[in-house]
Design a protein around this ligand. Structure first.
Ligand code: FAD
Length: 382
């Protein structure tokens, strides 16, 4: 076994870290306070070629391996969690279906500008009444004039209010449940497509999240992204593995930032005549979370390695997501306790870590849903 990253991967990590330290970290508090999407940073990330990390060179991407992409997500999330969410949406879910199933014309019109950062994309699964349960999706796609008419509302869509294009999950056969679902490309400017309310979120500020409305939107037949109607859920599974490990990486990054920040505070803060870092109960928090952090990060990189190697790893990706996001909740809780009352002040970063960590619990599968699936997988295991 060899746990080391390659020299190329280490150089890549340093490049991303430099960018985050120089451009993003000095802006984090401002992004969190204003909750505005930092378009200039987006353009910079695009200019550095990061938006095309997982896409073929022929379309302007860099076709990076899975481990390298995970290094990127981990380093990016050390800056602003919200901005990282907007960027990861573009790299992964927002462009995946277009890249995999789009015609050459669609790829030139949508994927190429998305990689350059000129067009913003997103994915639309969630509706008011259905999140974890995709079988509850009510957005309808009805065949008409060689294309499809889409009608329904999507909720909680990252990048939604500013999206130039979106991949929409809709049912072509409501009686078929999960087997009636397909993905459709909808582009800004078509009749009947509009943005609804923007959601005022607890955390992950800087990524704009909201509702999208499809009121009898007609799209041509080639906008059905897949080999035929009804295959949507099957295709989702492939990209979900990467999304889950990406979320685990972001959780590790937030936990690490929170703990490092708390360490500086513990060394500087004096109580009862000595720095609080000298007290055993404070040291125990660092010892426990160092171990949990290492375990979570190792699990996440192992899952990434399994995806890269083409191995069956649905359970490992769920384990990585479940463990890292729970580790992160515990880390931001304990780190904020080390800050005492100051953890409650917006002048200090601990309250931001605390709020941002909550978001990671939901996307890519809620804790309970992953537990259900993993419990069932364990019972089937040999
Ligand atoms: C900031 C943010 C950004 C998002 N961005 C997007 C996006 O870009 N696109 C998109 O489509 N969606 C997006 N979502 C939505 C996200 O994917 C959903 O929140 C998620 O799928 C969970 O669905 P839900 O919120 O409807 O919860 P529900 O599915 O209603 O679940 C509620 C609770 O019930 C539990 N539960 C559900 N089923 C079971 C079960 N079988 N057994 C035990 N417990 C269960 C869940 O674990 C949870 O605790 C975003 C959400 C947030 C918070």
């Amino acid at each position: 076994m060899d746990f080391r990253f390659t020299e190329e991967q280490e150089l890549f990590r340093q490049k991303v870290r430099d960018m985050v330290d120089r451009l993003i970290k000095p802006r984090v508090a401002e992004i969190d306070r204003t909750d505005e999407f930092p378009r200039d940073l987006w353009d910079k990330v695009a200019e550095l070629g990061f938006l095309g990390l997982r896409h073929p060179e022929a379309y302007g991407g860099s076709a990076a391996d899975v481990i390298t992409s995970m290094i990127f997500y981990e380093e990016l999330a050390r800056g602003s969690c919200g901005f990282a969410m907007a960027v990861t949406m573009q790299i992964l879910m927002g462009t995946y279906f277009v890249a995999r199933f789009g015609s050459e014309e669609i790829k030139q019109r949508v994927l190429v500008p998305a990689i350059k950062g000129e067009k913003i994309g997103t994915i639309c699964f969630t509706e008011e009444q259905s999140g974890s349960d995709l079988g509850g999706v009510r957005t309808r796609a009805v065949s008409k004039d060689g294309g499809w008419v889409l009608t329904g509302n999507k909720m909680w869509i990252t990048n939604g209010p500013m999206a130039d294009f979106c991949t929409v999950l809709a049912t072509t056969d409501p009686d078929a449940g999960m087997k009636g679902l397909s993905f459709f490309l909808v582009e800004k400017g078509v009749d009947g497509f509009s943005a609804g309310q923007t959601i005022d979120k607890l955390g992950a500020h800087g990524s704009i999240t909201g509702e999208l409305i499809f009121d009898g939107v007609w799209v041509p037949g080639e906008n059905l992204l897949g080999e035929g109607p009804g295959d949507g859920v099957r295709y989702t599974t492939a990209i979900l593995n990467e999304v889950r490990v990406m979320t685990a990486m972001c959780a590790c990054a937030i936990a690490d930032e929170a703990m490092r920040d708390a360490r500086d505070y513990a060394n500087a803060r004096v109580a009862f005549g000595k720095p609080i870092a000298k007290y055993q109960l404070i040291r125990a928090k660092f010892a426990k979370h160092w171990a949990w952090f290492e375990a979570a990060r190792t699990l996440a990189y192992k899952a990434a390695w399994m995806i890269q190697a083409g191995l069956e790893c649905g359970s490992e990706c769920m384990l990585a997501k479940m463990f890292a996001t729970e580790m992160c909740q515990s880390a931001v809780d304990e780190a904020s306790r080390i800050y005492g009352g100051n953890s409650f002040a917006t002048d200090y970063p601990q309250q931001r870590f605390f709020r941002d960590a909550r978001f990671l619990l939901f996307g890519g599968g809620c804790h309970e849903v992953l537990q259900n699936a993993l419990g069932a997988a364990y019972l089937r295991k040999g």
